[in-house]
Design a protein around this ligand. Structure first.
Ligand code: UDX
Ligand code: ADP
Length: 461
């Protein structure tokens, strides 16, 4: 069958892979190719063992791979054949030079732009999918135009709002699809081509169009607002622990106000993931660039509170366990930055593991999907850490448990059995408020939730 359009995605990561699988699934009339410079990753996408764990992804990939979805390492050849190119390469925070620790590192992204120019023999629509600083499209346009004037390139911004763990549902039923373009005749025409693709399954009133700069900025702002909600509730959790208030009750009472809403109010050990910190740092950097220091300070405080929450968790553990963790066995249940993903990027568990090792605890890390990533994140400490997937074996003869990820599995473990195998007094620190605190207290655990009074068997002095 002849396909109507050749769509290419450069970058087969957490965003590119699932997004293109969904487009292929919903648009059998188009051919979708996903390329990556990493041959191992492409081999995994072509195997039964996909490189990322995402509920529902396997089924969709299986349904379309080899029909209208193809994974390949042939970046240059695929560029030439494409009508529309999504760019979904990584844009980590810079680790060197000007803006280190703050600005986005655009080297992969710029290389891609140059490669597109080099390999193109026809006009193309270029779609920014990666989260990028505002005005990146301008730089993209400049690279595309300066090198070759024969062909016209239209650059669109189409930020992805999927969250890991729920990516398939987020892609299939998005709150909105956002497309930013130049408001020129050719920009609007390109925009409409992309609208037509999404309109195969997304109601048109949920496809929002705007100028390109607003689209780029909206992605940063959406993530900054989401992260701000978590830092807000986490800041209040510290106060709850001091005042015998219960963060769950506070969140419920606050969240029923329809102006506030009840989502994203779960106090936790801190937010992680590849986006929140990076995007806020980006926002902060841009604000400082324009001399908006008060605005920059305001958003930076969201990250500061997140750091404070992680450190507070460690100091709470230390305080509860008689100010010494040296030689004590502590099991971390969960290492992924959230449930239903194996992704550990910016996971709060990384910082907490490092701090606990610094306190000379003996660490055992358990997670149903993230052990391989944990080993990579903590390779500098691997002689000091054990990795055991089975939670019962991981907690055997431990002094304490710290829950890092809200995997459903941890709600239903046989905690009596775990208690029996642990060293007494037993401590459990629930960084996600997922266990039944009262029941565990009754079993004999000393229980330390987030934002709720601790339940201990010790006499109060
Ligand atoms: C986020 C945005 O939600 C998504 O729209 C964007 O495209 C990418 O960044 P993601 O990082 O995959 O998605 O997961 P998300 O569900 O937002 O969770 C981020 C972090 O916040 C996780 O560590 C999670 O555990 C934490 N979190 C979330 C809380 O601590 N409390 C909450 O109430 C919600
Ligand atoms: P995200 O979470 O944004 O999807 P990932 O790091 O999971 O980020 O994926 C980005 C992918 O982009 C990686 O697999 C990386 O190998 C790929 N990549 C980076 N630069 C290029 C490039 N120039 N050409 C093709 N793929 C690239």
């Amino acid at each position: 069958m002849a396909f109507k359009k050749n769509i290419l995605c450069i970058g087969a990561g957490y965003v590119g892979g699932p997004t293109m699988a969904m487009i292929a699934y919903k648009c059998p009339q188009h051919k979708i190719t996903v390329v990556d410079i990493n041959p191992e990753r492409i081999a995994q996408w072509n195997s039964d063992n996909l490189p990322i764990f995402e509920p529902g992804l396997d089924e969709i990939v299986r349904a379309v791979r080899g029909k209208n979805l193809f994974f390949s390492t042939e970046v240059e050849k695929s560029i030439n054949a494409a009508d529309i190119i999504f760019v979904s390469v990584n844009t980590p925070t810079k680790t060197f030079g000007v803006g280190a620790g703050m600005a986005a590192d655009l080297q992969y992204w710029e290389k891609t732009a140059r490669q597109i120019v080099k390999c193109s023999d026809s006009p193309k629509i270029i779609v920014e999918k990666s989260t990028l600083p505002v005005k990146t499209a301008l730089a993209m346009e400049r690279i595309l135009i300066s090198n070759k004037s024969d062909f016209h390139f239209d650059v669109l911004s189409n930020p992805e709002f999927l969250a890991e763990g729920t990516a398939i549902n987020d892609l299939e039923n998005p709150d909105r699809v956002l497309i930013g373009s130049r408001l020129t005749e050719s920009g609007l025409k390109a925009r409409n081509e992309l609208v037509d693709i999404y309109a195969n399954w997304v109601p048109e009133d949920q496809i929002i169009t705007s100028d390109i700069w607003s689209s780029e900025l909206s992605k940063l702002v959406a993530n900054a607002f989401l992260a701000q909600r978590i830092s807000s509730i986490n800041a209040i959790s510290a106060l709850c622990e001091q005042t015998d208030a219960d963060i769950t009750n506070v969140a419920r009472a606050v969240g029923v106000d329809s102006r506030i809403g009840n989502k994203f109010l779960n106090a936790s050990v801190g937010f992680g993931g590849s986006c929140f910190k990076k995007d806020i740092l980006n926002l902060v950097y841009i604000c400082r660039h324009y001399g908006l220091n008060e605005v920059a300070d305001y958003w930076e405080s969201v990250i500061k509170i997140n750091h404070y929450q992680k450190e507070r968790f460690v100091t709470n553990m230390l305080g509860a366990m008689f100010n010494s963790l040296a030689g004590k066995k502590i099991a971390l249940l969960g290492f992924a930055f959230k449930a239903d993903t194996g992704d550990t990027r910016e996971s709060p568990a990384i910082y907490i593991a490092e701090r606990l090792v610094e306190e000379r605890a003996e660490l055992i890390i358990s997670d149903p999907k993230a052990i391989d990533n944990a080993k990579t994140d903590l390779k500098h400490l691997n002689n000091k850490i054990k990795y055991i997937e089975d939670p019962y074996a991981a907690t055997d003869e431990c002094h304490a448990i710290a829950i890092m990820t809200e995997w459903d599995l941890y709600r239903t473990l046989d905690y009596q059995k775990i208690y029996n195998s642990m060293i007494k007094p037993c401590f459990i620190f629930d960084g996600r408020n997922v266990i039944e605190h009262k029941r565990l207290f009754e079993i004999g655990f000393n229980v330390y939730p987030i934002g709720k009074p601790a339940m201990t068997h010790f006499e109060h002095s």
